[in-house]
Ligand binder design. Structure first.
Ligand SMILES: Cc1cc2nc3c(=O)[nH]c(=O)nc-3n(C[C@H](O)[C@H](O)[C@H](O)COP(=O)(O)OP(=O)(O)OC[C@H]3O[C@@H](n4cnc5c(N)ncnc54)[C@H](O)[C@@H]3O)c2cc1C
Length: 404
């Protein structure tokens, strides 16, 4: 986006700057192609007040960048570049074509159209030194420049090119790195998988999509986050919109050695006493066995794992089990033992410390002429188009500041 924006700004400039984009992969923007399950949730159309609550760990850092290039600017930019957009539930914006590749192609077209930006692909930057100018060392040779933007992404899905190189470059130039951790990632419940792969418990749950459930994240025995929406179980573990939303705090807590559990309220619309009434009505048909009652209350696929987590109910007298059922349905408890790592997480939390970067320009406070943008910064968002907007807003601000 920084290169595309400069290309557009400078297309009729008398003496345009000399700009080089160095890209490790055969084509830029490989990660964009896999975003939004191949559809690319390009931004979120919410206004700042609602947008900003989805940005972590310091949304104020993004404010200037966002106002300089808002989500409406992103939308105009791509529509002008020939990518018609559509807004879906939750103000999520997608290309009408539903093809993430169209977004990447539009960016590459923009980058190339003015002839201002030279693109070098298959070019891995190996190290950066600051002498009189920046010396950027690649396998194929050295590039010298007065201003340098590091936009190498984080550590998630390293197969797309983002393997954390930017942290090493920033560190070598004197910057501090906030411990990178996977975020928006699957949480692995106890007993879900073992050395040989998924256990029967994991296989029961795998593929299950639960709509409109309430989720509580418990750390060290206290509830630290509550959410409402959809949860998916995959071969990785518990994920989906809600699983991802709680993963940030859960991963941090697990890394700190704290006890983590997820409680699913499978019947959030009913209070425990309303649920007890409903169960009484079902049981009055003459069948009050646990299996029968559950068949009336839960998707079939969920019954075996529910019983496996509530073995005590299966040992009780049916009447007693029915009495205990409402509480169990409103608090299906998964002890979380690990999480899926960088190889498959959506985003990295942590990165170049925001304290050492100017939020008004994206320039380093330590090294004049050095800029940062995107996921390499200690800035990340929830799912919903926030992460690409972080990348776009910070890229445009860095590019604008570097051109001054
Ligand atoms: C599966 C998945 C789905 C996602 N879906 C969405 C979504 O729908 N909406 C959303 O907002 N966000 C989504 N995200 C997050 C979003 O894609 C990222 O936050 C965003 O791409 C970050 O942009 P970036 O430019 O900072 O880094 P990246 O997109 O990772 O780009 C960094 C680039 O730098 C290059 N590079 C790295 N090191 C070097 C080096 N040493 N030399 C040369 N080049 C180098 C890489 O090859 C890469 O092209 C998704 C992420 C994943 C993994």
């Amino acid at each position: 986006m920084a290169a595309a924006w400069i290309s557009e700004q400078c297309k009729s400039a008398q003496s345009p700057p000399s700009v080089i984009l160095l890209e490790k992969m055969p084509r830029p923007g490989r990660k964009i192609n896999i975003t939004g399950k191949g559809r690319c949730n390009i931004t979120n159309a919410r206004m700042w007040d609602e947008f900003s609550v989805h940005i972590h760990p310091n949304n104020q850092f993004l404010k200037s960048a966002f106002y300089g290039f808002t989500s409406s600017d992103t939308m105009s930019f791509f529509e002008d570049a020939g990518v018609p957009l559509t807004i879906e539930r939750g103000q999520r914006v997608y290309p009408k074509s539903m093809r993430a590749m169209d977004v990447t192609d539009a960016l590459v077209r923009k980058i190339k159209e003015s002839g201002v930006v030279e693109v070098q692909t298959d070019c891995t930057v190996e190290s950066i030194e600051k002498k009189e100018v920046f010396e950027v060392n690649c396998a194929s040779g050295k590039v010298c420049c007065r201003k340098l933007l590091i936009a190498t992404g984080g550590l998630s899905y390293p197969s797309t090119g983002s393997s954390g190189d930017g942290y090493a470059f920033a560190k070598s130039l004197g910057h501090s790195i906030v411990q990178p951790r996977p975020s928006l990632t699957a949480l692995v419940p106890e007993g879900y998988a073992d050395g040989a792969g998924m256990t029967p418990f994991g296989r029961w749950l795998n593929g299950l999509n639960l709509k409109n459930v309430a989720v509580s994240l418990e750390v060290g025995g206290s509830v630290v986050q509550e959410e409402f929406g959809d949860v998916d179980f995959t071969d990785g573990g518990l994920e989906g919109a809600l699983g991802f939303r709680i993963s940030r705090k859960a991963v941090q807590a697990l890394d700190n050695g704290q006890k983590v559990a997820v409680l699913l309220d499978l019947k959030p619309a009913l209070s425990e006493s309303q649920l007890a009434q409903r169960i009484k009505r079902e049981a009055s048909s003459g069948n009050n066995t646990l299996k029968y009652l559950l068949s009336k209350l839960l998707p079939r696929q969920l019954i075996p794992p529910f019983l496996s987590l509530n073995k005590d109910l299966t040992l009780m007298h049916p009447g007693k089990a029915a009495e205990r059922l409402p509480a169990a349905l409103k608090g299906m408890r998964f002890k979380i033992v690990s999480y899926v790592g960088f190889e498959r997480c959506v985003v990295t939390n942590g990165g170049v410390s925001l304290k050492e970067v100017s939020q008004k320009t994206m320039e380093s406070k330590l090294v004049p002429g050095l800029f940062f943008a995107g996921e390499v910064l200690d800035l990340d968002g929830d799912t919903g188009g926030y992460n690409l907007q972080i990348a776009f807003s910070t890229a445009v601000l860095a590019a604008r500041s570097a051109l001054l």
